[in-house]
Design a protein around this ligand. Sequence first.
Ligand code: FES
Ligand code: FES
Length: 128
Amino acid sequence: MAYSEKVIDHYENPRNVGAFEEGEDKHIGTGMVGAPACGDVMKLQLKVGENGIIQDAKFKTYGCGSAIASSSLVTEWVKGKSLDEAATLKNTDIAEELALPPVKIHCSILAEDAIKAAIADYKEKNAS
Ligand code: FES
Ligand code: FES
């Protein structure tokens, strides 16, 4: 199967790989999700400022090139966005940007799920 140039670029030069020291830090939201289709796992973290804007994002993905490229892309996309804006991110946008073939669509769904899980975690931490 041929990967698109954008997939290969993000795979070869992934942006924002790593993890934040989380601890009790309420400014960090962490999402960890797995893909039932293949068993790949993605951890995505958001660092949110007092103004509700995402300042930084990091990911670690145990998975295929498309999953790594999808998570790399979304960590770039969400920086500077509000949580509500980030929550509107669709896997179809990721799949389109990376020109993912149908069999790799679930890799982009993993990235959407990871963002949503990170946002949910952040909101839960900051709920009261
Ligand atoms: Fe091999 Fe996902 S299980 S790439
Ligand atoms: Fe499963 Fe890519 S093959 S995440």
